[in-house]
Ligand binder design. Structure first.
Ligand SMILES: *[C@@H]1O[C@H](CO)[C@@H](O)[C@H](O)[C@H]1NC(C)=O
Ligand SMILES: *[C@@H]1O[C@H](CO)[C@@H](O)[C@H](O)[C@H]1NC(C)=O
Ligand SMILES: *[C@@H]1O[C@H](CO)[C@@H](O)[C@H](O)[C@H]1NC(C)=O
Length: 365
């Protein structure tokens, strides 16, 4: 779990009995100038639904979420992918788990925003059905802003406005942008090839999304006459994360956190340059356009991923990595959250050893 931009917050109206009717308010910094985000990664609901172990883990995961939210009062909760274990899902109820996950957030009247993950066989779990399930709750800010049929679903941005009357009057100037990208993966919903096999879906952010990001950001820069500080959430990490881990040595003193998934799994893994999916292909640069776009966008200060359950560090990408250097001279923080589903139980017992520095102060950027 990550607390960005500081430690405390208030904001977002307390619990309401009827979340569905709750008017959607703009996301806003608190009066003390803090916008607090709690990131929940890899909750993996619905695992082994057919035995007692799976449902027990879901109950434990809800307990972990409740404990986190008892300690934190975030302005926004980000569910950063692998909410549900798709390959264990049953067609008739695959999105029902969203309600269980949403419970602690709805109880507290918290807004949330999701990215979807790869997990895995989405043969029985449709990304758009999951979004439809989310949209039954006004608390969900998840959107689908890119309509290209290869784009996946959770590609969108959320503006965060300043607090105070001055900002309320001119609600058109965001102080912070939150970008959410769908790194896809898994297999296509209810599709089989001629031999009856499930069809794998590419596991990187689609080019249509990269183009949308660049065009939309350029419009915002032009409209507001400045580069707006931006955070990016994407389930599967970009290749730069693997490069810093393996070539620049993530150092447990300088980048505190767990580094158990080594080498980490990244976008494009197991996909060949030819477009074939297969076990042993080396990395073919599928996310290079995305990395370049992130590096060239002045406002980007952090990219948050999950997927690699054993990694929780942050690394500041401020030099050329794989030949790409961020234009923002303070660099881009490449960060992992910690998997909360299943593993969360262990964290619960050990008092939440969530690893890497929980707070990134705005000044540090
Ligand atoms: C979903 O359906 C499966 C199979 O019928 C069942 O085992 C499981 O308990 C159901 N899950 C929920 C949340 O209803
Ligand atoms: C999909 O759901 C159906 C109906 O619940 C179930 O029989 C089947 O095993 C599931 N398929 C996969 C690939 O999980
Ligand atoms: C499905 O998940 C398994 C285990 O996590 C992984 O080995 C496999 O590569 C995944 N398949 C796809 C198509 O992503």
């Amino acid at each position: 779990m990550w607390s960005c931009l500081g430690l405390t917050s208030l904001l977002i109206a307390q619990s309401t009995q009827s979340p569905i009717d709750k008017p959607v308010e703009s996301l806003r910094f608190s009066e003390d100038g803090i916008f607090h985000i709690s990131i929940l990664e890899d909750l993996h609901f619905g695992e082994n639904a057919w035995d007692s172990w799976g449902p027990e883990q879901d109950v434990n995961t809800v307990t972990v979420i409740n404990r986190v939210l008892d300690k934190e009062s975030p302005n926004l909760v980000v569910l950063n992918g692998d909410l549900i274990t798709g390959e264990n899902a049953f067609l008739e109820n695959s999105t029902v788990y969203l309600d269980q996950m949403a419970g602690p957030l709805v109880d507290r009247g918290l807004a949330w925003a999701s990215t979807y993950g790869n997990h895995n066989s989405s043969f029985n779990l449709s990304r758009s059905d999951l979004l439809a399930r989310e949209k039954r709750f006004a608390n969900s800010r998840t959107e689908a802003m890119v309509s290209d049929h290869q784009a996946g679903v959770t590609n969108y941005y959320l503006p965060v406005y300043g607090s105070g009357a001055h900002h309320r009057e001119r609600n058109d100037m965001p102080e912070l942008l939150l970008w959410f990208f769908d790194s896809r993966g898994g297999v296509y919903y209810q599709k089989r090839d001629a031999s009856g096999n499930e069809i794998p879906q590419p596991n990187w952010v689609d080019v249509s999304v990269v183009e949308w990001f660049q065009a939309t950001n350029a419009d915002l820069v032009q409209k507001h006459g400045k580069h707006i500080p931006s955070l990016v959430f994407v389930h599967i990490p970009i290749n730069a994360a693997l490069a810093v881990q393996t070539q620049h040595e993530v150092d447990s003193h300088k980048e505190p956190g767990i580094n158990d998934d080594y080498p980490l799994a990244q976008q494009g893994q197991n996909w060949c340059a030819s477009g074939e999916y297969g076990g042993s292909c080396s990395y073919a640069g599928q996310d290079e356009l995305l990395m370049k776009a992130l590096a060239q966008t002045h406002g980007v200060i952090g990219v948050f991923s999950g997927h690699d359950h054993g990694d929780t560090w942050c690394y500041k990408w401020d030099k050329a990595i794989s030949g790409i250097r961020p234009v923002n001279e303070k660099g881009i923080n490449l960060c992992f959250g910690s998997a909360y589903g299943l593993r969360g139980v262990r964290d619960l017992d050990s008092g939440f050893s969530t690893g890497a520095g929980d707070a990134i102060e705005a000044e540090g950027w």
